[in-house]
Design a protein around this ligand. Sequence first.
Ligand code: ATP
Length: 390
Amino acid sequence: MSENTLVGSEVRRNSLHQRNMLLSMRLNSGAGRKSLTASGRPEINPNRVRKQRTSFSQSSKIPAASGASGGRVHNSNNNRPGEFSAAPIAASPIKTNPPAAQTSPRKRSAALSTLGSEKSPLKFQELSLDDFEVGKKLGKGKFGKVYCVKHKRTGFICALKAMKKNEIVQYNVQKQFRREVEIQAALKHPNLTRLYGYFHDEKRVYLLMEYLVNGELYKHLRSHGPFNDITASYFVYQMADALDHMHSRRILHRDIKPENILLGFNNTLKLTDFGWSVTNVGSAKRKTLCGTMDYLSPELIKSREYDNKVDVWALGVLTFELLVGNPPFEENSKELTYKRIIRRDLRFPDHVSPKARHLISRLLEYEPSARLPLKDVKTHPWIEKNRPFW
Ligand SMILES: Nc1ncnc2c1ncn2[C@@H]1O[C@H](COP(=O)(O)OP(=O)(O)OP(=O)(O)O)[C@@H](O)[C@H]1O
């Protein structure tokens, strides 16, 4: 089946009931890693070596992950060792509101989210690992492993990320971790991965997240190759909408790339990994250099002050990568990549359509203020032309 046909005609499976049934089937199988998108071919191409694309900031203590992103370097200013274990995320909540036995999956999901306390709706005071049936491992990040799990009482299926407390303290990322959890929990949008809440025991912190059955977009890009205009435009639209929502709440993501985008049913994309997200108060500009080399904007490379337009630039890089298969300024060395970014050395392969070129060029404007507003991305002629086929 062609990519277009699949995108256009795939039967919609939107109800929570169906969602949970499908997720249940995948809980203990490897099926979650198989393709849903585009070609219908198996997702994993063993002959392709994964390229390490590291997220980073100015100084480094964090270990490299064996998973997608490699070692992210962080700025550990202001972190105090031991902070985490003493006060996990929010002030100590007391009262809890456990879920009643529910039958409908929608109610189950609601019930799970009422587990938090009044003071900290995020903290699932009553939960422990014993409350979950643990399924297959979905992946491994720098600070822990992610599993598909089922909440035994409600049957609700989600992703659970388990992180060792001593590692969070050892690498002095308590502050970054708190910020990531708080930001992700505050964001509710169909194209942002939901964080339902967290609980912890003596050794670990557990984050309960929305489960995205088809894993990283990066994996699909590598196995499938570049996407056609219909699929790519749908992906770009969703990411523009997600970023627009974040920016409207004064939050910058700062690490857009296919490794940080997860794929759910019906080609739905969800931005994830809010480890470098930050709230930009007022009109303040930021200076911390962070992100992933191929996705850095000129102002980041030149250590200038920057704002949410760094995400708009990254959306331009993403659009190019989705259509071409690699980012536009990719070179073998950091220095060469930086040179090409600063020169805005943008070269399109012949197959990229004029409308797509126009959008990419408008997102990759050198001057941040000249970049296309996200609202206009959503109505750009390239998007409008392809929208009827989504
Ligand atoms: N909500 C989720 N649903 C499905 N799979 C997930 C989910 N979250 C993570 N994964 C899988 O688990 C892997 C590890 O995720 P994790 O967030 O720990 O690491 P990461 O994306 O490499 O980020 P970090 O840079 O924080 O280490 C991901 O690459 C992805 O394949």
